[in-house]
Design a protein around this ligand. Structure first.
Ligand code: ATP
Ligand code: MG
Length: 363
């Protein structure tokens, strides 16, 4: 279906004043369309996504509906417009539309005067990012996460991830096992640690929460003028999980001294200034709704997310590089070593991390 048809499907009957293509990939086309509605300019993001690649879109959109409505109900009226994503309902009452060609469409409000950042070198900005993801947790702390669809089953099931690696090591399909002895040994040594969170969840020692699962800084909208955070975006991977996953992955990604595929691992490590900045923002938001066990396992979340990714990179390397996209032949091995270096540094700094977390938790 063409865009004009899609406007009608989503009830956009005003005058279209412009349309820009934001992204034109094979899988995904994203447009920004500007409308004049009752004398006001309102813009929307319209996406069409190939349903072959975008599996279970109805589950994703069901999660988004529940979570965005819940967040909106927590916002004061003056913040409701820009404090959460607003997806439009189509003529059949769903927040998406599948056209005759099988293309999946959705439309949501473009937040005016907003920016995203790709780098967070300023600790104050990182603290704001921590606060934004912490607020997301706070707003959803009373949401029954078990009602959400698990979009990627077993995404952070570290036990399964380790089992898969073990099985790949046994098969050694690419004949690479003999070259990665120290890496295998390191990951095996910390297997018990990496499986602790999953075990605690199974035993009911940690509550199931709504998690975002892509807690990167560029998934936060900031106000262009005030630099205040507005909303957490990119909600396609919202799922049930643990608060330590979201926090941990943000730290893994955002508080590393190096890129996540730095070949010189002496440059890799946990930047404690960045760690503290993000932690302050995050923990101050969640401290009243988080359980004691949740606060005490945040540092373990960072270590777990890092070990888990090392396991996934190594597994893919040993399997002959089938999953992750490579920029050069040994890329997966370099990534593995970088995550291992980061995990090792985090493990050596765990007491320091816990002390900082406890301080902002008010203990
Ligand atoms: N509702 C919105 N209002 C304003 N800007 C937005 C909105 N949603 C997304 N953006 C902008 O588009 C960018 C990409 O959006 P999003 O994070 O949802 O997609 P993505 O799948 O991560 O895409 P990419 O791979 O390009 O990051 C954001 O970083 C932000 O700059
Ligand atoms: Mg994004």
């Amino acid at each position: 279906m063409d865009l004009t048809g899609i406007y009608k499907v989503f009830g956009l009957t005003g005058k279209c004043a412009g349309c820009t293509v934001l992204k034109n990939g094979n899988i995904n086309k994203t447009y920004k369309v500007d409308f004049e509605e009752n004398g006001k300019n309102v813009s929307y993001i319209i996406q069409s996504i190939n349903t072959y690649v975008f599996r279970n879109p109805e589950y994703i959109m069901s999660n988004i509906r529940g979570v965005t409505a819940h967040i909106a109900s927590k916002l004061p009226p003056e913040k409701r417009e820009r404090g959460v994503l607003h997806f439009l309902d189509s003529r059949d009452g769903k927040n998406y539309f599948v056209d005759g060609d099988g293309s999946f469409w959705r439309a949501y409000v473009f937040v005016p005067d907003s920016v995203t950042y790709d780098t967070f070198d300023d600790p104050a900005l990182l603290e704001s990012a921590g606060a934004a993801f912490g607020r997301f947790q706070l707003q959803l702390s009373d949401y029954d996460a078990s009602t959400l669809f698990e979009i990627i089953p077993g995404f952070h099931d570290t036990k399964k991830r380790y089992e898969k690696l073990t099985e790949t090591i046994e098969r050694d399909p690419a004949g690479r096992v003999s070259s990665v002895g120290p890496e295998i040994e390191f990951l095996k040594k910390y297997r018990g640690m990496a499986e602790t969170l999953v075990n605690m969840l199974e035993k009911g020692e940690l509550p199931l929460r709504v998690t975002h699962n892509d807690t990167k800084g560029n998934n936060i909208l900031f106000d262009k003028n005030t630099k205040n955070t507005l909303a957490v975006i990119d909600l396609d991977t919202v799922m049930p999980g643990l608060v330590a996953y979201d926090y941990g992955d943000a730290i893994r990604f955002g508080a590393n001294r190096s890129d996540e595929d730095e070949p010189d691992t002496s440059k890799t490590g946990l930047d404690m200034v960045k760690f503290e900045a993000f932690t302050k923002g995050f923990v101050e938001m969640i401290r009243d709704t988080a359980t004691k066990a949740e606060l005490e396992t945040l540092s373990l979340g960072a270590i777990t997310m890092t070990l888990e990714l090392a396991v996934r990179f190594l597994d893919d390397y040993l399997d002959g590089d089938k999953y992750f996209k490579l920029n050069y032949p040994e890329h997966n091995l370099v990534r593995t070593r970088c995550q291992i270096a980061l995990a090792a540094d985090m493990i050596s700094k765990k007491d320091q991390m816990d002390e900082i977390i406890a301080r902002y938790a008010g203990n």
